[in-house]
Design a protein around this ligand. Structure first.
Ligand SMILES: Nc1ncnc2c1ncn2[C@@H]1O[C@H](COP(=O)(O)OP(=O)(O)O)[C@@H](O)[C@H]1O
Ligand code: SF4
Ligand SMILES: [Mg+2]
Length: 319
C-alpha cells in the first residue's frame, strides 16, 4: 500500500476583516501519498492558494487557521513553533509560485540565494554548499556558469527553474507548486512540468500541483482534487476523472477544455461566476450555477462521500 506523507484533516482557514469572515478553506480533508502528484484545481478564488499556504503556515495577515490538523510524516505542523516551522520549510516542504520573484531576491545572485538556503539548514562550509548549489542548478538545466547571475539576467523559464532548484536543493518530501507555469508559454510550461515529473520519479517527492487549468492536472497528476468556494467537491484518479467526471462542476470544467481536434474551436465557459465568499450560498455552494440543482441542494450541504477509489460531494450521489 502507498504510504501517506501528508494528512490534512478538517482544515478551516478563514480571513477576518472588521465586517466579515471569508471561509477560504472550509473543512477540507485530504491525504497526499509519497511520490504522487496531486492536482488541486478550481476557478480563481476557490481557496487553492490558501490551502497551499496553510500547509506551510505562511498565510498573509488577516488569514488564520481556525480548525483542523495538518500531519506531515506523523507530526502535527499546526503544533510546531515558528523555529520548528522554519526548519520544516525548505528542508521537508519546498514551495514554488507563479512569480519566481516571490522567492528570489532580485538584488542577489541566484547562487548566493541557494547557498544561503543550504547553510541555514545544514552545517556545512560555503564551498561544499556552492557545490550543492551548482548541482541543483545543473539538475534543473541551468549551466554552472550562470550561478552568479542575478534573477533579471535569466529568462522567465530559467527563473522558474532557479526557483525549483532552490526549493528542491535540500531534497524535501513535499513540493507545493502554486500555478508554477501559468505565466509561461506552452513549450516552456511543458518543459517545466517534465522537470517536476523527473524530480518526482528520481526522488519520490510528492507534489501538490495547484492550478486553475483542469487540462494540465489531468495530463500531469496522478490524482485530481477539485475545489469550489472553499470546499472539495471531487477527488479521483486523473485518468478516471477525465473520462467519467461525477460532480456537475467537474463536468463543466472538463467541457470547458478547448478541443484541439476540432477545427472550429468551441469554448464552453462555465455559466455564471463563483460566489461572493463573504456570503456564499446556503446548502451546496454550487447550486446557483448547477444544471442539476434540486430543492434539497439549496438547503442541505452535500458531504464528501467515498465512492470507489474517489470521493464526491453532491446530492446526486449516495441516495
Ligand atoms: N490576503 C487575503 N485577505 C483577504 N481575503 C483573501 C486573502 N487572500 C485570499 N483571500 C480570499 O480567500 C478566497 C480564496 O482565495 P485564494 O486562496 O487565493 O484562491 P485561489 O488560489 O483558488 O484563487 C477568495 O475569496 C479571496 O478573496
Ligand atoms: S448538490 Fe445539487 S447543486 Fe450541488 S452539485 Fe450536486 S446537484 Fe448540483
Ligand atoms: Mg491562487
Amino acid at each position: 500500500m502507498f504510504e501517506k506523507l501528508l494528512r490534512i484533516i478538517n482544515l478551516k482557514t478563514y480571513y477576518f476583516s472588521r465586517k466579515n469572515v471569508i471561509k477560504a478553506v472550509d473543512n477540507v480533508s485530504l491525504d497526499i501519498f509519497r511520490g504522487e502528484i496531486v492536482g488541486l484545481v478550481g476557478e480563481s478564488g476557490s481557496g487553492k492558494s490558501t490551502l497551499g499556504l496553510s500547509i506551510v503556515k505562511l498565510l498573509p495577515p488577516p488569514g488564520k487557521i481556525v480548525g483542523g490538523e495538518i500531519i506531515l510524516d506523523g507530526e502535527n505542523i499546526l503544533k510546531k513553533t515558528d523555529r520548528e516551522l522554519r526548519k520544516i520549510r525548505g528542508r521537508k516542504i519546498g514551495m514554488i509560485f507563479q512569480d519566481p520573484l516571490t522567492c528570489l531576491d532580485p538584488l542577489r545572485r541566484i547562487g548566493d540565494q541557494i547557498i544561503e538556503t543550504i547553510t541555514v539548514h545544514l552545517k556545512i562550509d560555503k564551498e561544499h554548499a556552492r557545490e550543492m548549489a551548482i548541482k541543483s542548478l545543473e539538475r534543473v538545466g541551468i549551466p554552472p556558469d550562470r550561478i552568479d547571475d542575478y534573477p533579471h539576467q535569466l529568462s522567465g523559464g530559467m527563473r522558474q527553474r532557479a526557483m525549483i532548484a532552490m526549493a528542491t536543493v535540500l531534497n524535501p518530501d513535499l513540493l507545493i507548486a502554486d500555478e508554477p507555469t501559468t505565466a509561461l508559454d506552452v513549450i516552456v510550461q511543458s518543459r517545466i512540468m517534465d522537470l517536476l515529473e523527473d524530480l518526482r520519479n528520481e526522488r519520490n517527492i510528492s507534489i501538490l500541483l495547484i492550478t486553475h487549468d483542469i487540462a494540465l492536472v489531468i495530463e500531469r497528476s496522478n490524482r485530481v482534487v477539485v475545489m469550489y468556494a472553499g470546499k472539495i467537491c471531487e477527488v479521483r484518479g486523473a485518468e478516471r476523472i477525465a473520462v467519467e467526471p461525477l460532480h456537475p462542476y467537474t463536468k463543466l470544467l472538463i467541457q470547458s477544455i478547448p478541443d484541439i481536434e476540432k477545427t472550429e474551436i468551441e469554448l464552453k465557459p462555465i455559466p455564471g461566476s463563483p460566489p461572493d465568499m463573504r456570503n456564499p450560498p446556503q446548502g451546496c455552494r454550487f447550486w446557483p450555477r448547477c444544471p442539476h440543482a434540486m430543492e434539497k441542494c439549496k438547503i442541505e450541504e452535500p458531504q464528501l462521500l467515498s465512492l470507489g477509489e474517489g470521493a464526491v460531494a453532491c446530492h446526486l450521489y449516495g441516495g
